[in-house]
Design a protein around this ligand. Structure first.
Ligand SMILES: Cc1cc2nc3c(=O)[nH]c(=O)nc-3n(C[C@H](O)[C@H](O)[C@H](O)COP(=O)(O)O)c2cc1C
Length: 326
């Protein structure tokens, strides 16, 4: 078997396959099973800033509580957090692989205090899924980036565990963002988080959701931006996320510079348990056939040189592939 170990955000993983944040990782029992089938690490479902707020408002409405709202807020917050800390502790007790906690946030506000508790409960790292979508025509696009940076600055001042940022692809210059996050102390960046798939039901005439799971074609953006970022921003680990559906996708992600690969959709509905060992052995066979003795040897072999004019390169590829398609 080839050496599949990899370093990611300061953690040594036995292989690059990470089960991404989702309901697939919402219990210690499920996580023990992922450990058993050979995953390299697990990201827990996110603790949502909004969930806590909504739940406290619902309780206040139901119980007709007008004042004392701070009390309810504190109660909801502490129950939510207790459950989450229990999930971290339970998963740590039943797994041998790193457990990465996750917070889904949009501001650098009250939730920052949760982070220290997450660290005390034993999480090996903290992933921040930062939702910084801006659609206000009056707001400078740079404000989203500033929000990312400010969140990382604040979180780094309260925790010592590695901090990972799960970023959105809605930035014009991803390498710039990754570089700034690195300068603020981010230990790794996940490219990318997933937007809710907006759709319209034209019978009911209402807004609805498209498919929740990704498609294999979605890996293209992930590959492009890992490739453009990895060689230009050394010194920060990247994890590929979105659209990884096969062992070949995992190989491609590593070839363009990812240190680890997060997978969710491909593990649904029931094929996850076979997917992991099968993927690991296929990667291992492929590495042997290409004489790669370790993940490190193949990581980043496909890169776009720093000197290349990316805009020109993209235009040239567009002309090459689109103008010859009939
Ligand atoms: C059912 C479901 C629940 C998810 N929950 C979370 C979550 O709590 N936090 C988060 O950061 N991402 C969450 N995600 C997004 C995934 O972690 C991942 O970024 C996304 O599915 C793209 O990866 P994939 O192509 O491997 O599915 C969820 C995805 C699914 C399908």
């Amino acid at each position: 078997m080839s050496d599949l170990t990899t370093c990611y955000a300061g953690l040594k993983l036995r292989n690059p396959l990470i089960v991404g944040s989702s309901v697939l990782t919402d219990s210690a029992e499920k996580n023990a099973a992922w450990d058993e089938v050979g995953c390299g690490a697990i990201v827990l479902p996110s603790l949502f800033e909004e969930q806590i707020e909504l739940e406290s408002k619902r309780i206040m409405k139901k119980e007709k509580i007008g004042d004392g709202s701070q009390l309810v807020w504190n109660f909801v917050k502490s129950t939510r957090i207790m459950n989450y800390l229990d999930l971290i502790r339970g998963s740590k007790n039943s797994c041998s692989i790193p457990i990465i906690a996750s917070i889904h946030c949009y501001s650098d506000g009250g939730w920052i205090e949760f982070a220290a508790q997450i660290e005390s409960a034993g999480a090996d790292a903290l992933e921040l899924n930062i939702s910084a979508i801006e659609a206000n025509p009056e707001v400078d696009p740079m404000e989203s980036a500033v929000r990312y940076i400010s969140i990382v600055q604040k979180i780094k001042s309260v925790v010592g565990i590695p901090v990972i940022v799960k970023a959105s692809k809605l930035f014009n210059n991803i390498p710039w963002l990754v570089n700034r996050l690195k300068q603020e102390g981010a230990d790794a960046v996940v490219l990318f988080n997933k937007l809710y798939p907006a759709d319209i039901d034209i019978d009911l005439m209402k807004a609805t959701s498209g498919p929740i799971l990704s498609h294999p074609e979605d890996v293209s953006d992930t590959l492009r931006w890992i490739c453009l970022t990895a060689s230009r921003v050394p010194g920060v680990d990247l994890a590929a996320s979105t659209g990884v559906h096969s062992w070949q996708d995992v190989v491609k992600c590593i070839l363009v510079g990812a240190s680890a690969v997060q997978i969710v959709s491909a593990l649904y509905p029931e094929n996850g348990k076979e997917f992991v060992p099968d993927t690991l052995s296929r990667i291992s066979e492929w590495m042997k056939s290409k004489d790669f003795i370790s993940i490190d040897r193949m990581k980043g072999l496909f890169h776009i040189d720093k000197q290349v004019d990316v805009a020109l390169f993209e235009r040239a590829q567009f002309m090459k592939y689109f103008t010859n398609f009939h």
